[in-house]
Design a protein around this ligand. Sequence first.
Ligand SMILES: [Zn+2]
Length: 399
Amino acid sequence: MILSHRIRLVPTAAQQAYFTRACGVARFSYNWALAEWRRQYHAGEKPSEVALRRSLNAIKDEQFPWMREVTKNAPQQAIKNLGRAYANFFDDRKKYRRGEIAWKYVRVPKFKKKGHRDGYRADNGPDKVHPDALRVLGKRAKLPVIGWVRMREEVRFAGRILSVTISRQADAWFASFSIEVDHEPEVRTDETVVGVDLGITSLATLSDDTPNVPAPKPLRRYLKKLERLNRAFSHKQRGSRNRAKAKTKLARLHRRIADIRADTLHKLTTSLKRYRTILVEDLNVAGMLANRHLSRAIADVGFFEFGRQLQYKAAMAGSVVIVADRWYPSSKLCSTCGEKNEHLSLSERSWTCASCGTCHDRDQNAALNLARYPESWPGSACGAEGAGGEESLTVKPAA
Ligand SMILES: [Zn+2]
């Protein structure tokens, strides 16, 4: 199993300068390859990331000699990322043609801008000569070319490090390690089942009597502060020192908010692995409604992240994640008698079943329906999907 762990770095000034250069090379290579991809496509050729990597390699020493200052991984991985971006785009386009998603959810590869999601990746790779180009030792990581960099904490998982992505967020640098972990899944004998409804008012509602997981409180306070800082920033004069200061403040707050969201999501997914079977709605569909209808804590951290965490934590705990069919009307079915309420609108938080008279809390009812998904939905006997990284969980992260 491959797990990832993101750790804040404590780089020296020289190391920061190197990171910035490597990010620049990665961005340049990505944009170069994207322009080249588009040109070849319009010329009727068939572009591929492998060919683009080869052609960049062939010309870089002559045309872009400054690329040699940083690890050769930076340009190579950037072009691999472009290949993946195109693969996602082709997937999305297929879904669009099948009428499954709107065009605005199709991820079209775009040019990268400086200062926006800066990052580069380095691989350990199958390199037999230098098998340990990447290494960690306590709170230090050895990276290609620059050597040892200090970290805020140790890597949590034991195993071979496959790759590392160095990225900047506000004024901080992070390393995200991809680690191959040997693990024996636990053998579970319990029959615990839970349906999970991701919600607007609370983060998650479970089908049993576990109290709802509330949306994190500090978030609301920080969101207020964020609005204030945003206003302050926009009123400062362009190019002034005060504006630069306000920008740093704003970026730091963005990071703190992102941390709270990530932390909340980790707690939620960790708490779910105590069940042997976990049933969730189709996150592809949920993800698309995210910004309008779901808790900001999930919507902004992203459904991909929720699915990713749930999947690996469940796999380690020997649990199974079942994703309900996208057409399963978990909100509209009465969990008592099975009658479907066709008229339920998104704003109705509670409703009474016209057939049996049961009064339902919207989220609780949806969670209950998810929990009994396997028996109650036609075709689910063979259509239900277990854990194991299937496509339905690779969802588009919310914007
Ligand atoms: Zn009913």
